[in-house]
Design a protein around this ligand. Structure first.
Ligand SMILES: *Cc1c(COP(=O)(O)O)cnc(C)c1O
Length: 223
């Protein structure tokens, strides 16, 4: 099912194409540990997992010596204590409540967890994330929590067909990012803008993404 030669070729091609303009995260949901380790051998240094349970069940078999891991899927408050300390960043903070829970769990472990705030830039009912107009309020509230460090924003925009539409939504996201950065909120760094997936990472990079999350263009389509 996984074609290692193809995966290696995909990784090498994408790394070359991105050419250092953005960091590359391999989205590894449903991908078994053996294939994740193979991807790491081919140059992947950062992976993203969606589900806490799935990641924890794979984690012991993943060679984490040269690979960092982010949580990129929705996080429920009741899963927070399980994941804090097990990933290098949580990209999917979407409420003050979950930010507080991550902070509390981090302080308990004596660590500070890097986080991104997820923005629902396409205003879709089906997607998680805060609305753009709620972002500043969430950031100001979460900035007080000592167990987290807010590093930037993450977005999963709607699926568009045209390059123009893709670029427009990423451009909106980047404007929001720059606007918030300009406010210099204490404890809010705004150095990471995580946007762009297999179908639209080129447009995302053109519009200012610093971190693309790519799954199927590396591993093939998920069954
Ligand atoms: C699955 C996933 C990706 C990667 O999606 P592809 O279209 O397979 O590249 C990126 N970000 C998130 C949050 C995901 O769940």
């Amino acid at each position: 099912m996984y074609d290692k030669r193809q995966i290696k070729e995909n990784i090498e091609r994408i790394i070359k194409e991105i050419n250092g303009r953005a960091a590359l995260l391999a989205a590894t949901k449903t991908v078994p540990p053996e294939i994740i380790n193979f991807a790491a051998d081919c140059g992947i240094t950062l992976i993203g997992e969606n589900r806490v349970q799935e990641y924890l069940s794979k984690r012991e078999m993943i060679n984490l010596d040269n690979v960092r891991a982010h949580l990129i899927g929705h996080l429920q408050t009741n899963k927070v204590s399980k994941i804090v300390g097990k990933v290098d960043m949580i990209e999917s903070i979407d409420s003050v409540k979950v930010a507080k829970a991550v902070s509390d769990a981090s302080l308990k472990r004596g660590i500070v967890t890097d986080v991104l705030v997820q923005v629902n830039i396409g205003r879709e009912d089906t997607k998680h994330g805060v609305m753009a107009e709620e972002l500043e309020q969430l950031l100001r509230a979460a900035a007080c929590f000592k167990g987290i460090k807010i590093r930037g924003l993450m977005a999963i925009p709607p699926i568009y067909d045209t390059e123009r539409e893709k670029r427009a939504v990423f451009s909106d996201m980047c404007k929001l990012f720059i606007d918030i950065k300009g406010k210099n909120i204490d404890n809010v760094a705004m150095d990471i803008l995580s946007m762009g997936m297999s179908a639209d990472y080129r447009e995302a990079i053109m519009e200012g993404s610093t971190l693309v999350r790519i799954g199927s263009a590396i591993f093939g389509s998920r069954s």
